[in-house]
Design a protein. Structure first.
Ligand code: AMP
Ligand code: ZN
Ligand code: FE
Ligand code: FE
Length: 322
């Protein structure tokens, strides 16, 4: 199969289906160093552009060390990591899949919507990401106020100074601040004690309707895949009828294999994919040192990935291709 996009530029776009490099029509392939070796595909990771602890380039380097050959970078509500990840991908021989994880909801239940191959210049999608980041910002100020009022040594400006401008703010950044002061040992401990969803310090942030988000992802040429749909330990999950509604508006698949899914959840998600002809993915949700998730602990079947590549039209594979 021929693919558009290679190391002549970080990514290339266009209305054409994915058939060959839009620059030179050179035959391209993604993945493993040897054609005989199957690619190792991990499509859900986070960098310091959101709440991961490694820069996009370092995530790519870690992926290479872990044997991943096709890496999806899916920061929360931001795509700023694409270009540095693409450059590192060229250097390290890793194919980078452009993605993001949009914060959405249905009936007040949080849905993380993975979006791949969106047009990075799509105005409505960029406006949506900026709006969500703005609400995350306000929510962080409120959370920090509540914590500080009870004596926790956190300060909004200090956190923003530390993480830098343009980063999608999340609870893990508050956790890291409390780890830096020695108040807690690690992120997990902070979540367990004060940042979990039922905590008195938990503050919700606005998120778009998942169906609206899917429509915008589709309009941006992207492939929408619902992240960890049955991760019950994370909080409330949506019903199968809500998932059906999202499929009706164009959601393409479900993340089946994920550490927050127990055997029953994987079975249920896999069965829905089979029944409805959806794309089934599996990934690590790597956050660097921020979570114990290891790269490639779950991976995506190459056949399923091919379906995503064929469907996405807003952007193309980045990093290394042969
Ligand atoms: P937020 O999007 O700001 O609500 O924060 C949610 C993020 O926190 C998700 O990306 C999770 O991966 C992360 N998270 C949730 N629970 C934990 C935990 N126990 N330890 C570390 N990170 C967590
Ligand atoms: Zn995260
Ligand atoms: Fe998620
Ligand atoms: Fe994630």
């Amino acid at each position: 199969m021929l693919l558009r996009g290679h190391d002549c530029k970080p990514y290339c776009r266009g209305p054409l289906p994915v058939v060959g490099c839009c620059q030179c029509a050179r035959p391209l392939a993604y993945g493993a160093p040897m054609p005989s070796q199957p690619p190792v595909i991990d499509l859900h990771t986070h960098s310091t552009c959101s709440d991961g602890t490694q820069s996009p380039a370092d995530v790519v380097a870690s992926a290479a060390a872990a044997g991943v050959t096709v890496l999806g970078l899916t920061d929360h509500d931001v795509i700023a990591g694409w270009a540095p990840a693409a450059a590192a991908g060229v250097e390290r021989g890793i194919t980078v899949v452009p993605g993001l994880e949009l914060s959405t909801q249905a009936g007040g239940v949080s849905i993380h919507m993975l979006a791949y191959f969106v047009d990075p210049d799509h105005a409505e999608l960029n406006a949506l990401m900026a709006t969500i980041r703005g609400h995350r910002d306000t929510r962080m100020q409120r959370t920090v106020e509540l914590l500080a009022a009870d004596g926790y040594p956190v300060d909004y400006d200090a956190i923003v100074d530390y993480v830098g401008q343009g980063v999608t703010l999340g609870r893990p950044h508050i956790a890291d601040a409390l780890v830096r002061t020695g108040t807690f040992g690690d992120r997990n401990a902070v979540f367990d004690e004060v940042l979990h969803g039922r905590s008195q310090y938990y503050v919700r942030h606005w998120a778009p309707e998942a169906s609206d988000a899917v429509c915008i992802i589709k309009a941006a040429g992207g492939v929408a895949i619902m992240a960890h749909p049955f991760a019950h330990a994370r909080g409330r999950t949506v019903s199968v009828s809500v998932i059906a509604g999202l499929v009706e508006v164009g959601m393409a698949g479900l993340e089946v294999h994920h550490r927050d899914h127990d055997a029953e959840a994987m079975q249920q998600a896999g069965a829905l994919c089979a029944q409805w002809g959806l794309i089934a993915t599996g990934s690590s949700d790597y956050h660097g040192a921020g979570k114990s998730n290891r790269l490639a602990e779950h991976t995506t079947d190459p056949v399923q990935f091919e379906r995503m590549v064929a469907m996405g039209t807003g952007s193309s594979l980045m990093g290394a291709h042969r």
